[in-house]
Design a protein around this ligand. Structure first.
Ligand code: SF4
Length: 477
């Protein structure tokens, strides 16, 4: 998979609404690695853990939950993998490049960890390739799927094909370390997009209940969070599985006028926190009601998972929509909110892709004038519909097409960023010297550079004074 240009800052995986297990179609899982450290003393002896996270925002939430679980068992964060007693690699299996990086990371951790420390591999690679991984990596003490105990002294039974019966969604998480946080509201996906293997190892959608989500959000707000970023593989479908199953608090939400469950959830969260941002919206799920709700959050940011604009190619991907419909919806939103921000991701080189398809995508990119976009080359995944399709596109040709659309989008993104110079924006200070307006999603888009003396977690009005690539500079009076 490859990605180029101004919009290539990784975080989402292009192929999944939620991204590669990740990022969704994270921009490149290969570039997006988070490190966490915590350390502690239990009954007089230090018991420390280190978690290294690869892949999309969903994986980062899982790592947070793992950290919460370990801390509830008395572990504390280590300052590096070298001084941890338990070293965990939370892997990404979204595409070949992500898998390669995961393996490299595991080998690097095996090199630097202490001899007596335990090395555990978890996450999507463990879930998808457990047996093979354990056989191929003798350096690893345990390969464990989602929710397995990482601290037991003997290896758990590996599952090559079974779906996770328990996952991390409702585990506690440690106190937030930034004024924003992802909240994962569902796991799995009921769709079967042609390129995507996620449902084969994450399973069908399981939505968390409204009360569980609200309670996690309230705890985060109490810990200083001012922006909550909702994620799931198919966010707009949150709650539908609970309605079908006839269980849980989401029913109450659904029964309030029978609206899209996500609408009611978003409204409920908006009354709890300053900013609510929604990621990974499948385009047919972007209903009029949801658009109104997003605009009412005061974060008019639309992360649409489009993947392409050519109707025949989208049908080949087993996905809804086409460029004309997408443009109509974008125009309708801009008619109400001219300042709305749009992000999307696209796959180049899907089997059967023609020059006409490429022209359709270029026309769409030109017409849509998206603020942000990520581009990925197709990666054939075992177990997917596309894996058996004829008419593969040569990788070099896919890369060439990717460069072409990426160059076009880079010009658009730069123009959009330049146009913000001289405007006043409300900024959330994420870290010393680093802020974001509602136009920038954390970890995915650019940032706004500000005076490092501004207090982290505060919201301030800033005047944008310069534009540098994807980033802006601002002064606060
Ligand atoms: S199958 Fe689900 S997770 Fe995969 S790309 Fe489609 S909507 Fe996203």
């Amino acid at each position: 998979m490859g990605e180029f240009g101004l919009n290539h800052i990784p975080a989402k995986n292009a192929a999944c609404e939620s991204g590669p297990e990740g990022s969704n179609p994270s921009l490149s899982a290969t570039k997006h690695r988070a490190q966490r450290a915590r350390c502690c003393y239990v009954k007089g002896s230090a018991v420390r853990y280190w978690i290294e996270t690869l892949g999309c925002p969903k994986n980062h939430v899982d790592s947070d939950k793992l950290a919460g679980l370990l801390e509830s068992q008395g572990y504390l964060v280590a300052t590096s993998p070298e001084n941890a007693d338990l070293v965990v690699a939370n892997t990404c299996a979204f595409i070949e490049a992500a898998r390669e990086e995961s393996i490299e990371t595991v080998l690097d951790l095996a090199d630097v960890k202490r001899k007596d420390a335990r090395l555990v591999v978890t996450g999507c690679m463990a879930e998808r390739y457990g047996e093979e991984l354990a056989a191929a990596l003798p350096e690893v003490d345990l390969v464990a799927g989602f929710g397995a105990s990482l601290t037991v002294p003997t290896p758990v039974t590996l599952r090559a094909t079974a779906l996770p019966s328990f996952d991390l969604l409702n585990l506690p998480r440690p106190a937030p370390k930034a004024p924003w946080a992802y909240v994962k509201i569902a796991e799995g996906c009921d769709r079967r997009c042609g390129f995507c293997a996620i449902p084969t190892f994450r399973g069908d959608q399981r939505s968390r209940s409204t009360s569980e989500i609200l309670s996690e959000a309230r705890a985060l707000v109490e810990g200083g969070v001012r922006e909550i970023v909702l994620i799931a593989q198919d966010l707009a479908s949150w709650g539908h599985d609970r309605r079908r199953a006839g269980r849980g608090e989401a029913i109450e939400v659904l029964d309030e006028g029978g609206t899209q469950p996500l609408i009611e959830l978003t409204k409920a969260l908006t009354s709890e926190v300053d900013r609510v941002r929604l990621l990974y919206l499948y385009p047919s799920g972007l209903t009029e009601g949801l658009i109104e709700t997003i605009l009412a959050t005061k974060v008019p940011y639309f992360d649409l998972s489009l993947q392409h604009a050519s109707r025949p190619l989208l049908r080949g991907m087993r996905r809804w929509g086409d460029g004309a419909r997408f443009l109509e919806r974008i125009a309708a939103i801009r008619a109400v909110e001219p300042d709305a921000t749009f992000r999307s991701s696209f796959i180049l080189g899907y089997p059967g892709e023609t020059e006409d398809d490429q022209r359709a995508l270029l026309d769409f990119i030109e017409g849509a004038q998206l603020d942000w976009a990520g581009f990925f080359t197709f990666s054939s995944e075992v177990g997917t519909y596309a894996n058996d399709l004829d008419a593969p596109v040569a990788h070099e040709l896919a890369l060439e097409r990717l460069r072409e659309v990426s160059e076009l989008q880079d010009v658009i993104t730069a123009k959009k960023r330049d146009a913000l110079v001289g405007t006043s924006q409300e900024l959330l200070i994420d870290a010393p010297g680093v802020a974001r307006s509602v136009r920038e999603c954390p970890e995915i888009d650019g940032v706004v550079h500000v005076d490092p003396a501004l207090i982290v977690g505060s919201m301030v009005k800033g005047e944008i004074t310069a534009s540098r690539g994807t980033d802006l500079e601002a002064v606060v009076a």
